[in-house]
Design a protein around this ligand. Structure first.
Ligand code: 13P
Length: 280
């Protein structure tokens, strides 16, 4: 069933686990993620980022994501990731997304707060949740920019929470989008401090390449939503490649199955690590 993201994250706070937010680019990825969610009785979030709309147009993939969530057996939120423009955020809301992110992390804090508040007003009319980001997560969602990591200042999180009342807050603790060049060293001291002095569910971007132990540590210290994009795309691609190598592709529908399987295996692995299995 299609649900508001806020509800999923509240349950995750109460149950001390994190919900996987899986980026999707086509129907096969949606089917793969939802197959894992059904099998493991897990709540999940389906998401697509604004920078990916050049490959997967929002007016086509958006209704597909919403319909898939509505028809799912488990609770599914549909989220617009890294919203940059009010126009696209509104389009996602009009299509029935139950959550949107406004990414103002590159803006001065005052401006990030002011714009986030405006987006919260808009999303409120749709009863949708809003995620924001403070500090700078490294890289960019589609790898086109090499943004330097700038860890979140805990006091900024307190101010941001108090002034916006945002539903979910992405913070920067040494995480980065894409495949990590070196083993990521997450700043758990910053995470623990932010978690201690705020109540908002926290979001970890750049999930690809973070170790299972670090994921678990994050999920026990306030991170309630974990974004996985590159790993989804890589797993789908590897699954297809492997199927070709094993001579298992005889026509389009074998390709279709290999794609679904890649997205399914990836979602399954992460759901188990995040502890969201049997939480639907
Ligand atoms: P990865 O591509 O590193 O998994 O990051 C995903 C993400 O944070 C999307 O917003």
């Amino acid at each position: 069933m299609l649900v508001n993201m806020k509800e999923l994250l509240k349950d995750a706070q109460d149950g001390n686990y994190a919900v996987g937010s899986f980026s999707v680019a086509n129907m096969e990825m949606v089917l793969g993620v939802l197959k894992a969610a059904r099998e493991l009785s897990a709540p999940v979030i389906l998401q697509i980022a604004e920078v990916r709309l050049k490959q997967s147009p929002l007016e086509i993939i958006g209704p597909l994501m919403v319909a898939a969530a509505e028809n799912a057996d488990t609770p599914v939120a549909v989220h617009f990731d890294h919203g940059k423009t009010e126009e696209k955020i509104k389009q996602a809301l009009d299509l029935g997304f139950t959550s949107v992110m406004f990414d103002g992390s590159h803006l001065p804090l005052d401006e990030n707060i002011a714009t986030t508040k405006r987006i919260i007003d808009i999303a409120g009319k749709y009863n949708a949740s809003v995620e924001a980001e403070i500090g700078c997560v490294g890289g960019s969602e589609d790898g086109s920019e090499d943004i330097a990591i700038n860890c979140t200042k805990p006091q900024d999180a307190v101010r941001f929470e108090a002034e916006t009342g945002v539903d979910a807050l992405a913070i920067a603790i040494g995480n980065a989008h894409g495949n990590y060049k070196d083993v990521p060293k997450l700043r758990f001291d910053i995470l623990q401090k932010v978690n201690e002095i705020t109540n908002t569910p926290l979001v970890l971007h750049g999930g690809t390449g973070i170790s299972p132990d670090d994921f678990v540590k994050c999920s026990k210290n306030g991170i309630k939503k974990i974004n996985i994009a590159t790993a989804t795309f890589d797993c789908v691609e590897q699954s297809v490649r492997q199927a070709y190598e094993q001579d298992a592709i005889n026509g389009y529908y074998d390709l279709h199955l290999a794609e679904i399987d890649g997205a399914y295996q990836n979602a399954k692995k992460h759901i188990m690590i995040f502890g969201s299995n049997n939480k639907a």
